[in-house]
Write a protein that binds this ligand. Structure first.
Ligand SMILES: [Zn+2]
Length: 164
């Protein structure tokens, strides 16, 4: 049964550390990744976010989720069906960049306008280890870059001047 996990806040150690690649070598590895992803999905929905990365629930592995389903935090955002990215690798990014105001479940009540590439070509695995390569655009690209930062130990507060 999937369970809601605690979302760690700014200052927690796992949010500051780069994460390791998830393994699919053994049955235990695969079950662990699948269970973690199930827990992350219910946690994301319970928190009302549009994305979640494993370091935010205290696991330093390269796993992130994106889902936009009529989200009240971002009322003008188009919907994006749940996608699970395990071990994402950025293949290419657009030269063109755009601005967007981002919030973060780990940095409550803070918003910052950040400039990021408009699209990204990514290779990744799903929670069963199946490989994909796809170009993400629009809101999916924006959320992807935010969540990918979490895998590198970066938070939006790192871009805010004077944020303690
Ligand atoms: Zn975040």
């Amino acid at each position: 049964m999937a369970k809601v996990l605690e979302i760690l806040k700014h200052g927690a150690q796992s949010l500051k550390e780069p994460s390791a690649f998830s393994k699919f070598d053994t049955k235990q590895d695969r079950e662990r990744v699948q269970n973690l992803v199930e827990d992350m999905i219910v946690t994301l929905r319970e928190a009302g976010g549009v994305g979640l990365a494993a370091p935010q629930v205290g696991v330093n592995e390269r796993i992130l989720l994106i889902e936009v389903d009529n989200n009240p935090r971002y009322s003008k955002m188009p919907n994006f069906e749940l996608k699970v990215f395990v071990n994402p690798i950025i293949q290419k990014v657009s030269n063109k960049q755009g601005y967007f105001v981002e919030g973060c479940l780990s940095v409550p009540n803070e918003w910052i306008e950040l400039k990021r590439p408009k699209w990204v070509k990514v290779s990744w695995q799903d929670q069963y280890g199946r490989p994909y390569t796809k170009k993400l655009t629009g809101v999916a690209a924006r959320i992807f870059f935010h969540e990918y930062d979490h895998l590198e130990g970066l938070l939006i507060s790192d871009f805010m001047e004077g944020y303690e």
